[in-house]
Design a protein around this ligand. Structure first.
Ligand SMILES: Cc1cc2nc3c(=O)[nH]c(=O)nc-3n(C[C@H](O)[C@H](O)[C@H](O)COP(=O)(O)OP(=O)(O)OC[C@H]3O[C@@H](n4cnc5c(N)ncnc54)[C@H](O)[C@@H]3O)c2cc1C
Length: 345
């Protein structure tokens, strides 16, 4: 396959799919390449990026289920409502989440068709640039080469892993594994008290796990307004999360019996946390390493981010915007994408 487009968007997350649709609505001939390793029911890479597949949407679906469970189990009695013993079917809760994900990711395919965005299933990497535009190699289902006058890099991010904590997404999980536990872990450890760790810890706490959160920083939700962070800590603690701040993780061992986290508490005393599963949620890293940006003379910084100002002012790159996590991490999916598309228009 060799095709020519006005705009190629790399990545079909909330940054990329909205950019692609908007560019098509503005009259450009647009393609959007997506290499998500998670397949849709047809066996093709799912659209929607982190947000729809393994982020905002599935986590909110599970939060909603866990909230209903907690409400019925613990709070309706105050209203005089009597219920018998309440139990939760974890497999069904996950099936509901998967159905929501399927429906929403399928919705993007529909929007692409409706707006005449060509959906390219495969991994995109730069080959170079000529007078005709950027040359991009696609590997995967729709393998071939693409020439695009403009490229929008919206490749997002993936979970940051630590060298001494191997993630298998069964016992030791990042956000992907933590959204698909097939049974309720009696004891759940969470490394990282950021928004994602707290959210996922909260889901499993509400449905019955005993949850311990270990955070390296001394202050809770340090990037938030102080008053909000203080209230949030009270709420999470009341909910039953056992939160330890200022810890230093020494190592993680996982075997058939479970997971043991060795750490030093805030006073430097060695401690051990034994749990059935562990969520490691220590930030996100940009998905830029497979793009072969060197071929178009774009350099990333030492953390893999594309320095935005440099790129936007780069004389050899006409209209090339990088969205979201390639530049810097933002935890909000939608508003930024709209801002960027306004720039594009
Ligand atoms: C558990 C969790 C909960 C979250 N909750 C919220 C929330 O409630 N609200 C909120 O606003 N945000 C939330 N976020 C953050 C949100 O998911 C991100 O801000 C958003 O997904 C970023 O969108 P994006 O388009 O930049 O990148 P992504 O959604 O990561 O999409 C990038 C896409 O690019 C593809 N890609 C990468 N490289 C290539 C390549 N070379 N070729 C082809 N395709 C490629 C990837 O497969 C991916 O599908 C949450 C994140 C997580 C992990």
């Amino acid at each position: 396959m060799s095709q020519v487009f006005d705009v190629l968007v790399i990545g079909a997350g909330p940054g990329g799919y909205i950019a692609a649709i908007r560019a098509a609505q503005l009259g450009f001939k647009v393609a959007c390449a997506e290499s998500n390793p998670h397949a849709d029911p047809k066996g093709e890479p799912r659209l929607g990026g982190t947000c729809l597949n393994v982020g905002c949407i599935p986590s909110k679906a599970l939060l909603a289920s866990s909230e209903e469970f907690e409400k019925i189990g613990h709070h309706v009695a105050d209203h005089g409502i009597q219920v018998g013993s309440v139990s939760i079917d974890i497999k069904k809760m996950l099936a509901r989440k998967d159905e929501i994900v399927n429906k929403m990711t399928g919705g993007i395919s529909f929007l692409f068709r409706k707006n005449k965005v060509t959906s390219i299933k495969g991994h995109a990497s730069f080959v170079g640039k000529t007078a005709d535009g950027y040359q991009i190699q696609i590997t995967g289902k729709d393998a071939g080469t693409i020439t695009a006058k403009n490229v929008i890099i919206a490749t997002g991010s993936k979970a940051r892993h630590l060298p001494n904590i191997p993630v298998d997404n069964v016992l030791v999980c990042d956000n992907e594994g933590a959204l698909k536990f097939d049974s309720l872990p009696k004891r759940l450890g969470v490394i990282g008290a950021g928004v994602i760790g707290l959210e996922l810890g909260s889901v499993w706490r509400r449905v019955g796990s005993q949850v311990t959160v270990l955070e390296a920083l001394p202050s809770f939700l340090g990037a938030c307004d102080e008053g909000i962070a203080k209230e949030a800590k009270k709420i999470f603690t009341k909910q039953g999360l056992d939160i330890h701040m200022g810890v230093k993780i020494d190592g993680v061992k996982a075997d058939k019996k479970g997971v043991v986290v060795s750490y030093q508490d805030s006073t430097g005393k060695p401690q051990k946390l034994e749990c059935d599963r562990l969520i490691v949620s220590v930030g996100r890293v940009p998905n830029t390493e497979g793009l072969n940006l060197e071929a178009i003379s774009v350099k990333t910084d030492e953390r893999g981010f594309i320095p935005s100002i440099r790129c936007l002012w780069h004389s050899s790159i006409s209209i090339m915007f990088e969205l979201f996590h390639c530049i810097y991490y933002v935890s909000s999916a939608m508003p930024r994408s709209y801002n960027r598309i306004v720039t594009f228009a």
